[in-house]
Design a protein around this ligand. Sequence first.
Ligand SMILES: *Cc1c(COP(=O)(O)O)cnc(C)c1O
Length: 372
Amino acid sequence: MTARLRPTHAEVDLDAIRANVHTLAAAAGDAAVCAVVKADGYGHGAVPVARAALDAGASWLAVALVEEGEELRDAGIDAPILVLTEPPPAGVDRLLAARLTPAVYTARFGRALDAAGRGRGEPVAVHVKADTGMGRVGVPPDGWEGFLAEAAGWSGVRIEALWSHMARADEPDAPTTAEQQDRFDAFLALAGEHGIEPALTHTANSAATLVQPRARRDLVRVGIAMYGLSPSTEVTADGHGLVPALRFVTEVGFAKRVTAGTPASYGHTWSAPADGWLASLPVGYADGVPRLLSNRGEVLLRGLRRPIVGNVCMDQLLVWCGDDEPHVGDEVVLLGGQDGARVTADEWAAWAGTITYEIATGITRRVPRLAR
Ligand SMILES: *Cc1c(COP(=O)(O)O)cnc(C)c1O
């Protein structure tokens, strides 16, 4: 590896991950913790986050893709890994080779696993997913009876869990979660009539773990909150004692004094309001700073908030420092804390009109992640 030249990177604080797992485990009560590390651990690094979460007492991991599960196995991680969505049919062999636990919600995929389980003489443990109102994937209610009747006869499959996913757990006042829980109970009752008695049931994401007691069941699948980020504006990380794990930093790359009225960056959408100092930072939208932060976002420089001015470029952005002279090499914090001040992913999400999930997963591969 050649040394990095550009001073732009993300620090990932694994102690924060561990602390958040403890906080979530306490909120979950008797339920076990499944650490969701899909999308490279929400941009934090799947392998180090998975290790830290297991260290802190998580007993399961979850990913979206077989490939993501393989990455964890290749790193020597031995914990059970749930694959939250069905892979294409060609994924069955790799899924079994990597000892991953598949979500199942189509008869076609269930039959393929049944055949594989009978073929190897050992049933495949699966988690059958019901759609109780998310409306995305899962056996839809009008298919429950047919699916369960067939699945009860799959000798190559062992139904380890029945589960579902909440659409509006992050809105404490929405009636939807209670309705989904009622439907899930009906699904469990129907499964029982077919002799299906799973060891586990699970329906909670981060928000449900924090604010929807009924959803906690036996296992909670926590993603965003484990990273110390807010599930929504109503269910916040801060409000639940969760600590952001990622700090996105760079340095002043270039600084100059400009006169009032000097325009800057593409489109000249900004010009200097007075004589003063303009700093250029070596970071841009190709690193995951949304272009929507142009003339809207703020960074930290020597513990003070400084506005992002002009249009954010692919590799650079500009910050107005007024009368305070910035120096090349000064640390600039894009996300996280500096000298007691803090910029949060909640703020970025508000500035960019999106959610913390997209902010975290939007920090691109060009930004090295330094776990510590
Ligand atoms: C991503 C995901 C989770 C984790 O959700 P968070 O809101 O990040 O806690 C849980 N369950 C499923 C099915 C998911 O896709």
